[in-house]
Design a protein around this ligand. Structure first.
Ligand SMILES: Nc1ncnc2c1ncn2[C@@H]1O[C@H](COP(=O)(O)OP(=O)(O)OP(=O)(O)O)[C@@H](O)[C@H]1O
Length: 358
């Protein structure tokens, strides 16, 4: 298969007279790129995928594969394969017939289909299973058959809609790695839909974070997690401390009046801004701090601590922060409840965020 780019241009959609589910979203997936739509339930991920697959028609906007406008092209002529959450295998057909189905309806010769089926089953790690029926397979094996069926037609773009959500946690992790490896090996262009942030961070080249029918932010997993620009990404992916600051001529200050240095200048020159600081960006620097503290160092009382083995979650009542500050430390590091500590925030870890929350 030759991987192609996939472009959505101002795609909009409404189910009947209901308010729009998609409010004009745009993205371009590069050839061979693994691109994920991530967002809470109901934000419009599946609708986007169904539009790209041609199972729904947009109310506005265009879809292109490479430079070809496929907005009005029927599903089966789009050069796209879809892997669904519920596998959607035909129960009365053998594994081989399921995997070969797409080629059969395209009228390919029997010998070619047999070779493609064998190759696809070997690719997904299921050789020799061709005569079984779906009910004779485990959930993970059925999902592999779904994948084999999708790759057998050598599509230019592959769509996957929550393909792992029916699997147990261990198998989900394994299949996640297998899909990533398969995608790299075959250099497939993939549009992947999930509400699971850990899955999205692990598997994607880039992630589009969606809420309420809109894309809030697109970036690499590191960009989205470490340097979120939208409130949606800051709050939907992992825990975060959201802090309201005042931006003025003399820099950025906490409500107490103490300065908080940030590496990037705030977008608004003056007024209130919101910044996101990840719990693991809170660095402990010592116990019982006395007197004035250096810049970006703060004094706090340890309110609580939950030990999780590899890490501990600590809640701090910091002098200059109106809300409790969440910190995440390795193992036994940090303070104990009732102790007064000093912590430091790296200016590179303070990120201004904008927009509506998830
Ligand atoms: N066939 C339909 N008719 C009417 N409304 C629909 C239909 N399908 C989805 N919706 C609505 O459109 C919105 C977006 O749904 P969509 O399935 O795209 O969200 P999603 O982000 O994929 O959610 P999930 O993770 O739960 O699958 C939701 O509010 C949903 O209730």
């Amino acid at each position: 298969m030759t991987a192609a780019s996939l472009t959505a241009e101002s795609l909009a959609h409404a189910y009947g007279a209901a308010p729009p589910t998609l409010k004009g979203i745009s993205f371009t997936i590069e050839p061979g790129e693994f691109f994920t739509l991530l967002g809470p339930s109901g934000c419009g991920k599946t609708t986007t995928l169904r539009l790209v697959a041609g199972l729904l028609s947009p109310t506005a906007g265009r879809i292109l594969i490479g430079t070809r406008d496929i907005t009005a092209v029927p599903t089966h002529e789009r050069d796209i394969s879809v892997v669904f959450q519920n596998y959607a295998l035909f129960p009365h057909m053998t594994v081989a017939d399921n995997v070969g189905y797409g080629l059969k309806i395209r009228g390919r010769p029997r010998r070619e289909i047999a070779a493609a089926v064998e190759e696809a089953l070997a690719t997904v790690g299921l050789p020799g299973m061709d005569k079984r029926y779906p009910t004779e397979l485990s959930g993970g094996q059925q999902q592999r058959v779904g994948l084999a069926r999708a790759i057998a037609v050598k599509p230019r773009v592959m769509l996957l809609d929550e393909p792992l959500s029916n699997l147990d946690a261990k198998l989900r992790e394994q299949m996640c790695l297998e899909i990533a490896a398969l995608q790299r090996r075959m250099a497939m262009t993939v549009l992947y839909v999930t509400h699971d942030q850990a899955e999205a961070l692990a598997i994607s080249d880039r992630i589009a974070v969606m809420s309420d029918g809109e894309i809030r932010e697109i970036g690499t997993p590191t960009e989205i997690y470490r340097r979120p620009r939208s409130l949606t990404a800051a709050t939907f992916l992992g825990d975060t401390n959201l802090v309201r600051l005042r931006a003025g001529r003399d820099g950025v200050t906490l409500p107490s009046g103490k300065a908080l240095a940030m590496a990037a200048n705030p977008v608004a020159a003056s007024g209130e801004i919101i910044v996101a600081i990840r719990p693991e960006a809170i660095d402990f620097v010592g116990l019982d701090p006395a007197g004035a503290l250096p810049s970006n160092h703060f004094r706090a009382l340890v309110e609580s601590r939950v030990y999780r083995g590899a890490t501990s979650q600590i809640v701090l009542k910091a002098e200059d922060f109106p809300q409790p500050v969440q910190a995440l430390v390795l193992g036994e590091a940090g303070g104990r409840p009732g102790e007064t500590v000093a912590f430091r925030i790296d200016p590179n870890e303070v990120h201004q965020v904008a927009g509506a929350a998830a």
